[in-house]
Design a protein. Structure first.
Length: 254
């Protein structure tokens, strides 16, 4: 991704990491289109930052198709999509009540990105250089006890990124995976105030620095996430699992 000249669509950029990256891309000269479900919030953000906006519900296949058609029609120079929309919800698999939550997470975190890629893949291959940017998590490598489906959904995104990168080789489309650690956002209740999580601005600034240094990188790994990402390779996986689940406030036993 060229952070200064690309036209970028970011569904799920009305808050948190998505909004922070959208702001930084816009400041550097990129044309940024953000997507979200609430039109009034999109309008406010467009007025504040100059973003293009498209209403989209990434849990709804028809909404994805309609939004993709609109984005490509209004911004035919689109170069990149950033698959930012996702949810993280605690669940307890020791009884059947977890099932609706698990299904909702899979719909948003797994089917959403699959459907978005399907909607844009032909267009991105028509560009001189296209980018599919996925967003996984350090929890794709080391599990957090209360969020099994979220962990698994991000492991899926990691392997999907690795796999489709092989298929897109030679097409001009780059597949880049952002791998966040715990970041101070509203992804989970109380996470915005979690001092163990990485400050949002610090995370976004480091991501932008890494993108600018290596626009074709396979993975964007801030230093804070490497403790999780490489636990198995270092041979201390069990130790890291224990540390993560002993120190994260969301991992406390019920």
């Amino acid at each position: 991704m060229n952070t200064t000249t690309d036209t970028v669509f970011i569904p799920g950029a009305t808050s948190g990491i998505g909004l922070a990256l959208a702001q930084r891309l816009q400041e550097r000269g990129a044309t940024v289109i953000i997507g979200g479900r609430r039109q009034e919030l999109l309008d406010d953000l467009a007025a504040a930052y100059g973003f293009g906006t498209v209403r989209i519900d990434t849990t709804d296949p028809e909404s994805i198709r309609t939004a993709a058609d609109e984005v490509i029609r209004r911004w035919p120079e689109l170069d990149a999509i950033v698959l930012m929309a996702g949810i993280m919800v605690a669940e307890d698999w020791r009884g059947p009540a977890f099932l609706p939550t698990a299904e909702s997470i899979v719909t948003t975190n797994v089917l959403g990105p699959i459907r978005l890629i399907a909607a844009f893949t032909e267009h991105l291959q028509s560009r001189p250089a296209g980018t599919i940017m996925t967003v996984s998590s350090g929890l794709a490598s080391v599990p957090l006890r209360p969020t099994p489906t979220y962990n698994a959904s991000k492991a899926f995104i990691h392997m999907l990124s690795e796999s489709i990168r092989l298929q897109f080789a030679g097409t001009g489309v780059t597949v880049t995976e952002i791998v966040p650690p715990s970041v101070r956002t509203a992804l989970l209740p109380g996470q915005e105030d979690n001092e163990q999580a990485m400050p949002l601005d610090e995370f976004a600034d480091e991501v932008m620095d890494l993108l600018e240094r290596d626009p074709g990188a396979h993975e964007i790994l801030v230093e804070r996430v490497k403790f999780l990402r490489f636990a198995e390779a270092r041979g201390d996986y069990d130790t890291v699992v224990g540390i993560v689940n002993a120190t994260d406030p969301h991992a406390a036993a019920d």
